[in-house]
Design a protein around this ligand. Structure first.
Ligand code: URA
Length: 206
């Protein structure tokens, strides 16, 4: 990372925030997005879980392992993409963030999207999909769809995806998830599926 990139990344950090009393109580730290601030591909999850809260980085637990596998399978490196969440503090008992908590954190997410101006945003799961599209989403059937949405004052291309954790609860969703991530690589022009996997290569690990 160059000095100026470091400064930009610093700009996107949320050094302190006390807006959501329940999250302030449950978090150990604020978990900011990671990855290049000029990434063409932005993944948006729901909010940090226990591992993310402990390590201060999005998607580093079991869901993160699935995401990493799918990225690798698609010929993408985690270092080439940006990964963030709708809320930056871990909700208690891994519950979904409330409407108010999502709204409180929206400005941070919009600043990140505005700064990156990515070619493609991938929403990982129902919560980020509904939050960014501002409508209800049937994520299992809409996963893989590409839509244009007005976000942070501009028209953005959004690819909807199931959450990687869904593949842990229901293995039949794994191939579809891997395909969606591969599609993200193709649509954004990032990486490429060299020696392309079939989404089955590491199924045995879970
Ligand atoms: N699930 C999410 O939605 N985000 C994370 O960072 C980890 C798990």
């Amino acid at each position: 990372m160059t000095e100026s990139e470091g400064a930009l990344d610093e700009d996107l950090r949320v050094p302190s925030c006390e807006r959501c009393p329940a999250l302030v109580e449950s978090r150990s730290r604020i978990v900011d997005g990671v990855g290049p601030t000029d990434a063409e591909l932005l993944f948006v999850g729901e909010g940090p879980g226990a591992q993310e809260d402990e390590r201060g980085e999005p998607f580093v637990g079991r869901s993160g392992d699935v995401l990493d596998d799918a990225l690798r399978d698609a010929g993408l490196a985690r270092a080439d993409v940006r990964i963030t969440n709708c809320v930056r503090c871990r909700p208690p008992d891994n519950r979904d963030p409330t409407t108010e908590e999502l709204a409180n954190c929206r400005g941070h997410l919009e600043s990140e999207i505005d700064r990156l101006d990515p070619a493609l945003i991938v929403t990982l799961g129902k919560v980020p999909s509904e939050h960014l599209l501002d409508r209800s989403v049937a994520i299992t059937s809409e996963s893989g769809d590409v839509v244009d949405a007005r976000i942070a004052g501009a028209s953005r291309r959004v690819l909807l995806s199931v959450h990687p954790a869904a593949t842990l609860y229901d293995r039949s969703q794994r191939d579809g998830f891997f395909e969606t991530i591969a599609r993200a690589g193709e649509l954004s022009g990032v990486g490429g599926r060299e020696g392309g996997g079939d989404g089955q290569s590491r199924l045995g690990e879970f």
